[in-house]
Write a protein that binds this ligand. Sequence first.
Ligand code: GAL
Length: 684
Amino acid sequence: MLPQPLAKVIPRLPQGLLYGGDYNPEQWDEATWEEDIELMRRAGVNLVSLAVFSWAKLEPSPEQFEFGWLDRIIERLAAGHISICLATATASPPAWLARLHPESLPETSDGVRLSHGSRQHYCPNSVAYREASARLIRELARRYGRHPSVVLWHINNEIGCHLSTCYCATCEAGFRQWLRDRYRSLDALNAAWGTAFWSQYYAAWEDVSLPRAMPYTHNPAQALDYRRFMSQALTGVLTEEIAAVRDIAPDARVTTNGVLWIKPVDLWECFRHCDVASLDCYPDPANPLDAAHEAAVCHDLYRSFKGGQPFILMEQVTSQVNWRPVNRIKPPGQMRAWSLATVGRGGDGVMFFQWRASRAGAEKFHAAMLPHTGPDSRVFREVCELGADLRRLARVVGARTRARVAMMVSWPNRWALELEAKPTTFAYEGIVHAWHRPLWDAHIAVDMVEPGADLTGYDVLFAPALYQLTQQQADGLRAFVQKGGTLVLGYFSGIVNESEHVWIGGYPGLLLDLVGVTVEEWQPVTDEHPNHVRFRDGFESAVGLLAEVIHARGAEVIATFTEDFFAGGPAITRNKVGRGTAWYIGTQPGPDGLRRVWDELLSHAGVQGLEVSAGPGIQLDLRHGQDDTYLFVVNHHDAEASIDYRDWAGCHDLLTGAPCPADEMMPAYGVRVLTKPSLSKELQ
Ligand code: GAL
């Protein structure tokens, strides 16, 4: 089934692309609200996220609700034709909850109870927190659930950010129950956790504890189960909030704002419960190309969470954040370029934190749509210009991305891979980014998939560092290759099962036959101990992270290592299986090596980049609409860059209203959105 456009999923959504930001009117007097609405209209804002941190203002003491101020601002926004994504307001509980229920505060692994006074100070398993949240949400839903301007609900805020673990007594009891449900018996738990090791055997459930601060390395299976348990607890916070909204307003549409690749919460699971996926994205403008690529990876992920349905960029910053040690501003044009690149990659909404820069509090130096200086400012002018651009792109809404290439990403795999006590230190996100980068540079669309996903329609599947692998997942990969797919399996894959038990008999365990190699050992690659891969034509490329000692068992060797006792041994191989091919990448090649391998395997698989000639750092994305195809061209460089438009020369540019030249030097942060009639109805 094709992904639904947002307007079908969220019936009352404003027309066109969504534009706006977090709006915190409780920080301002009502005279300022008038100015806010007038300026929002000037900027083209059509959606605000309201009341994200308003709990204390809405319920200053238990069950004493004060909705008057919210009524008034909602009516003013409605009168200004600005729609509302209403928050459940639960991310920062009021002081009275901490006073009346100190056990609702989270506890660290060394037993420290955290205090009220910042935000996200709640234990996700706290009954008091969950009950008080649900009570507030029901009141909100009763009052605003049918309001025509409340088009979407913003559930909690950035779940798992700042607060992702708790080691209190409630969590411990919850963890034990969770383990009983999972394993049914202590024997099964002992087997799964490998407790024959270090005398960790359990003879009574009450001895099973949380992985608190310990003298040395944790039991990895216990640590992994704790991650699973906490991810489910955090997701449970969301699902209970969604249930509370829908108890009262059954037709309510919901989203939550995920933070990039946040580690503690399995976002695949989290977004299954939402109608639309929303992203908060704050890459560092200090490294513009890396930042633009980081955002592109996230766009691919958030578009994929709902099977290709457009996502909403719920938060980004207009210029400068305040939470890095050093906070660069976004130079003129960059905010526009990044925003339009988001639309190009499948976003149907561009929103900011926040509308008006605060006067007080911890974020007063965080840029906003309306800076302290007021409307006569560079940032506000750019905000208004972006609003106008988005209106010009209204017809792009609902158009979709089509990718023949997929990349497998899994939260449980990441948790397991990043546990301590490995041959080297792995950072999954960095590995996925490195594997994705040559695809971005080559303008090749990529979807993300989770293990077990339906791979129909994909020709190439990249599976970097798929350390944890189950029999079922291995069978899925094998079937994909048998049917003609190209699998690109990375180093340190297929090592353990879901309980951190090694698959014995050589790595990658269950996939030995598929890749046609056996990995025997792993040698970390460091500055002191470098290594290279040499291709058959003599081309050499430096590698990083680790180099595997590999024996070819039927696979063709594409490149070999040049150093260490296994010099001359296979580093990169490919194996024909059924109608497809399984590549094995036994090290982390540098950008030039990766590009070379990716080019070769993609051309074998018949996957090509777009027919526009532009170098890396020029982002090219296609969106396929009902009748038209849109090409987004974004120059992420801080300098002009040359582009040859080939087939797209002469096409209409939605941003300028003029035909596109045959070629040009596009200015720094330049953007074009070109359109032509759809090439193929089959893409719809
Ligand atoms: C997000 C958060 C916002 C604001 C923003 C600052 O994490 O949801 O409320 O704090 O960061 O960049």
